[in-house]
Design a protein around this ligand. Structure first.
Ligand code: ZN
Length: 417
């Protein structure tokens, strides 16, 4: 059966496909139970999904009395996606199946400050290499996902006044990749992408209300609210790095304001504080780092703290306290069930996480913290590409998108709205 479906049938089709795709239902009877749709409707929609090559039916499972159930699973090999995670100082690209399995992966250092021509030109070359050298890539290219380290207007896929990305303001990333690769393209900021990755395939799976904080060069948060990524009216929700936490005119942020959280607790700030401690002679270990490379990074501070340097430990504790007090307000306001801490600085020793936890539990209201979990990101260095593929697949299989492309058989001609 091909051709467009009436609205009601499409609603049911998307509901059934989501259940199977996200691993919540594996049989027709589970679908009936979980979706509330009638048995006949479920059978019809499953039949269509099988015909359209989106769902496959396995051998009958063990009988539980009645007719043995046939296992339904998502056809993750129906197509593939290309993703790129552009950080402040790195590019990560991957070619992946529709269920987030990595078929090929490359990463290398790159400065986002070099501008869009250099950065995106390199991503295109790496995509070409992956397409040429990865074996067993299934189906057509169903979509491209790009994450960038700055605010993005999600509807248009354009960065908007990104503070650390000179030359990128309003750059048409979507149009460039759509023209080059002939597939729909979605662009979002790195923190939303991290949140989607943790939610679909990491520690946040199964939670409906989550705050994912990324502490890298800067600080930002991705928000899952009521089982959806909350981007806000313009796509700038979760920009917590620029909440004022200190009233010190000497703490000047790259955004132009004073006293911002990331100007005190972000990776760049920790590097500067570390360099000051090295120059003042307060930390021999940081002094060594400064002498060897001419600068101190957040990683140097983390390493020094791991080996017990008291100045570095105090720096991470103070950063944790500041992040924690911001999060305490967020917890009181939003009542998440889980906070995930990710990003390069968060891979540092336990002092940072311990200090964040201690502050959040002390400063938030008891009801809000009664069942609150605070955990480290589980996807590590691959979080960006895994999250970007989750973004693409969620968009491709959204109600609006499926309505557009189902009749054509695949989403290659889809125009993201
Ligand atoms: Zn700021």
């Amino acid at each position: 059966m091909t051709g467009p479906l009436p609205d009601e049938a499409l609603d049911a089709l998307v509901l059934v496909l989501d259940e199977i795709r996200l691993g919540r239902s594996q049989s027709r009877s589970e679908l009936v139970e979980r979706t509330g749709l009638g048995r006949a409707i479920v059978a019809q929609r499953v039949g269509e999904l099988i015909e359209r090559g989106l769902v496959i039916e396995g051998d009958p499972g063990p009988s539980t009395g009645g007719r043995p159930a046939r296992q339904l699973s998502f056809q993750a090999g129906a197509g593939h996606v290309l993703v790129a995670d552009l950080g402040a100082t790195s590019i990560d690209v991957a070619i992946m199946t529709l269920d987030g399995r990595i078929l090929g992966h490359r990463d290398e250092p790159a400065e986002i400050e070099a501008g869009p021509e250099a950065g995106l030109g390199r991503v295109e070359e790496l995509f070409d290499q992956l397409l040429a050298t990865t074996h067993g890539v299934p189906g057509a290219l169903w979509g491209i996902g790009i994450a960038v380290p700055g605010p993005v207007e999600f509807a248009t896929g354009r960065p908007v006044s990104p503070p650390i990305m000179p030359g990128w303001d309003r750059y048409p990333i979507r149009e460039r990749f759509a023209a080059r690769f002939g597939a729909p393209v979605w662009v979002d900021n790195d923190v939303n992408v991290l949140a989607l990755g943790e939610w679909r395939s990491g520690v946040a799976a199964g939670h409906d209300d989550v705050v994912v904080v990324k502490i890298g060069t800067g600080i930002g948060a991705g928000i899952i609210s009521g089982g959806r990524l909350h981007r806000g009216a313009q796509g700038s929700a979760g920009d917590v790095g620029h909440i004022q936490v200190v009233d010190d005119p000497a703490v000047i942020c790259r955004c132009g304001n004073i006293g911002c959280l990331e100007a005190r607790a972000g990776g760049a700030a920790l590097g500067q504080l570390g360099a000051a401690a090295a120059r003042d002679g307060r930390s021999a270990r940081l002094r060594t780092a400064l002498d060897q490379r001419g600068r101190v990074t957040a990683e140097d501070v983390a390493r020094a703290a791991s080996s017990g340097d008291p100045v570095a430990v105090a720096m991470l504790q103070e950063a944790g306290r500041l992040v924690g007090s911001m999060l305490a307000s967020v917890v009181n306001f939003f009542n998440p069930s889980l906070i995930v801490i990710g990003g390069g600085v968060a891979n540092s020793p336990d002092q940072l996480l311990a200090s964040i936890r201690e502050t959040v539990y002390r400063r938030s209201l008891p009801l809000a913290t009664r069942d609150l979990l605070i955990q480290r990101s589980s996807l590590g260095g691959l979080a960006g590409v895994i999250g970007a593929s989750s973004m693409v697949v969620d968009e491709v299989f959204s109600r609006e998108a499926i309505g557009q492309w189902l009749a054509a058989g695949d989403p290659t001609e889809l125009t993201p709205a």
